[in-house]
Ligand binder design. Structure first.
Ligand code: SAM
Length: 347
């Protein structure tokens, strides 16, 4: 597990704001190279996680079609994107999710296709997704206790199904990660159990600071590390980096077992300076930052110019000028900095 090094380190730099010549990648006004595209396949979700989605989702209309998604993959790959993550909402609610993965994997230039899911449909989908070319899978797992899961994600969330999906995915993908949003008074006492559960399945456990889309203050990563130490894990820095912002530590448990643990700290360990990504919502909005409002609507260009990529490419290249330096989340305020849920932008 985890032998792959990032072939495009997040701190790559290009001439600030440069317009790419053919074959040169997108760079924003800060000179950050954009290698990573996250695409939301739907804003619908069968879970209602307290930190993520509004109580009701909008009805699904005007979604990017499969062929529009394939076009987006092709255009972004030609502009230097090397990794595509499919997310949502819950991407596996989309009937054509396997075909969309296959389209992304077949796109020249795309080196890896990844997917983030709540795991509910994984038991049946793990095999087809692997065959379609999915390389990396992230499953959200906030707790190992069914009642707690219901409290966080709603009664529709079934832990037995998620765990069956993780079992079905174990050993199947180049990378399997289990993501936990650490919540005060909810799952802080399960960190060690989540680490051991992940390691037993050949997966990388990762702890995420809660961002304030739905209010709430994060449990700082420093505290997460302290709690792991209290649970008997000796932690040492490890330089391993994937494509994203996670930092890793090598953990040695009291029982002598050892492995990596990932930490994603958008709030207390800001990583905006190395941002290498942009996001597209299921309705074709290109968001330049998860924590800012800057966006460009690509849908009119996709639909008005079905056979001409030039206006689309121009809009994407121009958008680089408005990619913000960083998010405006305020650690001292439990108020949302942007009124937009993760389920809209795509987590
Ligand atoms: N439905 C899928 C899932 O559950 O993984 C994909 C979409 S979900 C928006 C993607 C990821 O965003 C999940 O790992 C979720 O925990 C994370 N997320 C959502 N809201 C968040 C928040 N406020 N702070 C930090 N992470 C959040």
């Amino acid at each position: 597990m985890l032998q792959v090094r990032d072939p495009h380190p997040a701190d790559s730099r290009a001439a600030p704001g440069s317009r790419p010549a053919a074959g040169t990648p997108l760079a924003d006004a800060q000179g950050r190279l954009i290698r990573y595209l996250r695409v939301s396949l739907t804003d619908r979700c069968n879970f209602r996680c307290t930190y993520c989605s509004p109580a009701e989702n909008e009805p699904p209309d005007g979604l990017l079609t499969r062929s529009e998604l394939a076009r987006i993959f092709r255009v972004f790959a030609a502009l230097g994107v090397r990794r595509v993550r499919l997310t949502g909402g819950e991407p596996t609610l989309r009937k054509d999710v396997v075909e969309v993965v296959a389209d992304a994997a077949a796109t020249p230039g795309v080196e890896e296709v990844a997917l983030t899911t709540n795991g509910h449909r994984l038991d049946e989908l793990a095999g087809p997704l692997r065959e379609a070319g999915l390389g990396a899978l992230n499953v959200s797992l906030d707790t190992l206790q069914p009642e707690r899961l219901a409290g966080v994600s709603g009664r529709g969330a079934r832990l037995d199904r998620i765990l069956a999906g993780i079992e079905a995915s174990s050993g199947r993908f180049r990378s399997l990660k289990l993501n936990t949003v650490v919540m005060r008074g909810v799952n802080e006492d399960e960190l060690g159990a989540l680490v051991r559960y992940a390691w037993d399945r050949g997966a990388l456990p990762r702890f995420i600071e809660q961002m304030p889309f739905a209010g709430g203050l994060p449990v700082p990563l420093a505290e997460v590390r302290r709690r792991l130490a209290d649970e008997g894990f000796a932690l040492a820095p490890d330089g391993w980096r994937g494509w994203g912002p996670a930092r890793h530590m090598r953990a040695l448990g009291r029982d002598g077992r050892e492995g990596l643990v990932g930490f994603i700290g958008a709030m207390t360990e800001n990583f905006c300076a190395g941002c290498n990504r942009v996001r597209i919502t299921c309705k074709g909005e290109l968001y330049l930052c998860l924590g800012q409002e800057d966006k460009v609507d690509l849908m009119p260009l996709l639909r008005s110019y079905p056979n001409d990529d030039a206006p689309l490419i121009d809009a994407i290249v121009d958008s680089m000028q408005i990619k913000p330096k960083g998010h405006d989340f305020d650690l001292k305020r439990a108020q949302p900095a942007v009124i937009r849920f993760m389920s809209h932008t795509g987590g």
